[in-house]
Design a protein around this ligand. Structure first.
Ligand code: ADP
Length: 200
């Protein structure tokens, strides 16, 4: 399959992740899985207190890994599962001096593992659509451009070898953030302009 074909299954939207109706919503959680600020807080508020009670039984989650839970109150809007993943905190690599090219920092690899771990879980549970926030780019301070390159690279590579999920949504909080993702994707209208067969 051409990499362009994978991009046809990726969508960029602007808004609040918790309002989406994809089968899975991804939470940018912390290692405790007991809630926090940003997306994490919004997901816990929208899913209701049963999520916290459930997550207390999970024993946390290590950075780069993912755990799936029911969507609780979010089921009412069609969400079947939440997939919690823990992104890296930018600056946590004690060996980094700031000059590492993309892919050479510990945090780059941990962030890539987040996307891969989530997609593996989604596919294993037969989930058709998954929406991601921009993991680690809020309070965890990961540079947004670098994070988007990693996110798209990992999602694209996964979609090329897996029929599930059929659709991946990058949910950005601002238009500015969405532009970072759109600039890296090859949407159908661009393929049409260049006459690429995957545009059909
Ligand atoms: P992290 O701790 O992994 O950095 P944050 O929740 O602080 O996670 O931020 C991750 C990204 O999600 C940021 O780009 C932030 O602007 C965005 N964000 C925060 N709340 C929401 C929301 N409700 N829906 C979508 N994106 C959100």
């Amino acid at each position: 399959m051409s990499p362009y074909a994978a991009d046809q299954r990726i969508e960029v939207v602007v808004g609040d992740l918790t309002t989406l109706r994809t089968e899975a919503l991804v939470n940018a959680a912390n290692e405790s899985l007991l809630g926090g600020s940003g997306v994490d807080g919004a997901i816990h508020r929208a899913a209701g207190p049963r999520l916290l009670a459930h997550n207390r039984t999970l024993g946390g989650c290590s950075t780069g890994s993912a755990k799936l839970t029911p969507a609780f109150d979010l089921e009412a809007q069609g969400v079947k599962a939440l997939i919690h993943t823990v992104g890296p905190i930018w600056g946590d690599d004690p060996l980094a001096d700031g000059t590492e090219p993309l892919g050479y920092r510990l945090e780059d690899n941990q962030l890539g593992r987040c996307y891969a771990s989530v997609l593996e879980l989604a596919a294993a549970h037969g989930l058709v659509s998954v929406a991601f926030p921009a993991i680690s780019t809020g309070v965890y301070g990961f540079p947004k451009d670098r994070a988007a390159t990693i996110a798209i690279g990992h999602v694209r590579a996964f979609l090329l070898r897996s029929a599930l999920p059929e659709r991946v949504v990058f949910c950005c909080f601002t238009e500015e953030d969405a532009a970072i993702y759109r600039a890296r994707l090859k949407p159908r209208d661009i393929l049409r302009q260049i006459g690429h067969p995957d545009s059909e």
